[in-house]
Design a protein around this ligand. Structure first.
Ligand code: TIU
Length: 230
């Protein structure tokens, strides 16, 4: 077992039963021509976390942690897009419409692809999701169960939308979740900070939070003493 110096108290995990869940690090949210920008957002705060997310994946690969990349994207017929989602915001160019990165939030289009720095490797899992939460209308729970995953290290965008929704869904399903706080970002930095506080409040009502360095330190530590105590 490894122990992370996390809030609200130390987070213990077995790397063999832990996955990194990287949420929606795709061009539709991080590029200036994407869906996030069309909603009126400045993408700069999201781009800032890319180097930390690269390091998160490097760490995961080095220690054999399973990696799941999610992607918010709909099928080309929008059969999995509720009319309410398409209508929300009253965008002139909205979900399914042709934009600078191809059809907005549609699978297979440039906007649905991950940013170049965070392209999945063949051993990673890519999970397309139609909602904000990664468990809604997907096979994520079954996939994690099949791999024996009980613990999730979560990063991605945006902290208060898809990341928080997914973390709450996972928590309700019994996963022990740690928000890797500097590997997540919001278009609204104060929302990011508020989510970190919400997660760890009330004794970790949704889970734990820690910076990437704390997770890296936990994995670098020899676990022999702890193993003897287990
Ligand atoms: N708009 C916004 O903040 N987020 C999303 O629509 N999707 C995700 O968070 N991935």
């Amino acid at each position: 077992m490894k122990t992370v110096d996390a809030r609200p108290y130390p987070y213990r995990f077995d790397p063999a039963r832990t996955a990194v869940l990287l949420i929606d690090m795709q061009r539709d949210f991080l590029d200036a021509g994407g869906f996030g920008a069309m909603l009126g957002n400045d993408v700069t705060p999201l781009r800032r976390i890319v180097p930390a997310c690269v390091q998160l994946l490097v760490m995961a690969r080095r220690h054999g942690l399973k990696i799941v990349h999610t992607q918010e994207a709909h099928d080309p017929q929008l059969a999995d897009c509720p009319p309410s989602k398409k209508a929300r915001g009253g965008l002139i160019c909205g979900i399914g419409d042709e934009g600078p990165l191809g059809r907005v939030l549609v699978a297979g289009e440039a906007g649905a692809d991950f940013v170049p720095e965070l392209q999945p490797e063949p051993s990673d899992t890519v999970l397309r999701k139609p909602g904000k939460g990664a468990f809604h209308a997907t096979g994520l729970d079954a996939l994690l169960h099949a791999k024996g995953i009980t613990h999730l290290l979560i990063g991605g965008v945006t902290t208060e939308v898809c990341v928080q929704t997914t973390m709450r869904e996972a928590n309700d399903r019994g996963y022990e979740c740690l928000l890797v706080q500097d590997c997540a970002a919001s278009y609204f930095p104060h929302f990011h900070d508020a989510v970190v506080e919400m997660v760890v409040a009330q004794g970790g009502i949704v889970g734990w939070a820690a910076p990437l360095a704390a997770v890296q330190a936990a994995l670098a530590e020899p676990s022999t003493v702890e193993a003897a105590l287990d």
